[in-house]
Design a protein around this ligand. Structure first.
Ligand code: AVJ
Length: 312
């Protein structure tokens, strides 16, 4: 059974809240829909992230003199990273190691950044932690590693898991190595809800694509029209949760995962958690995970922070 099939089986047969891990939202169609999300006026996150990198790439690199190896968790589209790579390429020839478990994502990133002259791109087809372990072995004498973790992807982790993950990353790094971490900040409730439930329904399509993906890859018989997109703010956990809510009582067969599921009317499948942070919490995170805070940039239009941490 594929990891997808196993995770679907596990997540949909458990007692209590059913769930499918959010990473499965990002197949080829899901990734295209997410890119459409980043164009929505209601979803300011990606533009804030890019604005900060565009404006402050020079300042970020000034904090890290000497030769740098750049690695990135998740290859994204390469669009935001371009600002850092271009700025560094004015200083030295650059080697850039995007880390992604999806070869397709790596290929797209390579394509997107193909025009950058003094940058050589080496994709690492690994999970995040394995990829960092591999990337650091490519450092040359005296070179430091700058690891990028942008887009508030850290927000997909439950808080305790985020701490454990950042510690694992820290343990792969050497003194002087740096992490640039993007975090979306808590903002007024309405803005957060609109960002995850937009009027044209792009986020709803992104969410429902998970059902369509189970149909495509696992032979399931979900009718995506029988499920409503829902974005809710969980105040206790300070996160937006995406759910798919069953409109009626229904039974769904998922042969590829070897299960058949009964859903009650109104029952939900939890599909993504998007944790929101405040600056005090980001500071605590660095302390708990063994980093020293070096600098921070906050967007003035859409509360979002870029934090530069260094391994002591
Ligand atoms: C890619 C995880 C940063 O949490 O905002 C956007 C994903 N989900 N709209 C986020 C997402 C729904 C996004 N991250």
């Amino acid at each position: 059974m594929s990891p997808f099939a196993r995770d679907v089986r596990e997540g949909l047969t458990r007692h209590g809240q059913r769930t499918v891990p959010s990473m499965y939202l990002y197949d080829e169609l899901g990734t295209a829909l997410f890119e459409a999300i980043t164009l929505l006026p209601e979803y300011g996150l990606t533009r804030a992230d890019e604005r900060l990198l565009q404006r402050h790439a020079g300042a970020i690199l000034e904090e890290l003199p000497g030769s740098l190896l750049v690695a990135e968790l998740g290859s994204g589209t390469g669009r935001k990273t371009r600002w850092i790579l271009e700025a560094l390429a004015r200083r030295e020839p650059v080697r850039y190691y995007p880390i992604d478990i999806s070869p397709m994502a790596l290929a797209r990133c390579r394509q997107e950044l193909a025009g950058l002259g003094a940058v050589s791109i080496v994709g690492l087809e690994h999970s995040y932690v394995e990829g960092v372990g591999e990337a650091v072995t490519h450092r040359r004498d005296g070179q430091r590693v700058l690891l990028l973790f942008l887009g508030s992807t850290i927000g997909n982790f439950e808080r305790p898991a985020a701490v454990a993950f950042l510690r694992e990353i820290r343990d792969c790094l050497a003194p002087g190595d740096a992490l640039l971490l993007g975090t979306d900040l808590v903002k007024p409730l309405e803005a957060m809800l609109d960002a995850y439930d937009d009027p044209p329904g792009v986020t709803a399509a992104f969410n429902r694509n998970l059902l369509a993906r189970m149909n495509r890859e696992l032979g399931a018989d979900f009718d995506p029209r029988c499920w409503d997109h829902e974005a809710r703010w969980n105040a206790a956990e300070r996160r937006i949760e995406m759910h798919l809510r069953s409109r009626a009582r229904q039974t769904v067969k998922i042969p590829g995962a070897g299960v058949s599921c009964d859903f009650a009317a109104g029952e939900t499948i939890w599909t993504e958690a998007c944790h929101k942070f405040d600056l005090a919490e980001v500071a605590c995170l660095s302390e708990w995970t063994g980093f020293t805070r070096r600098a921070q940039w906050v967007d003035d239009e859409w509360p979002f922070a870029e934090s530069l941490w260094v391994a002591p």
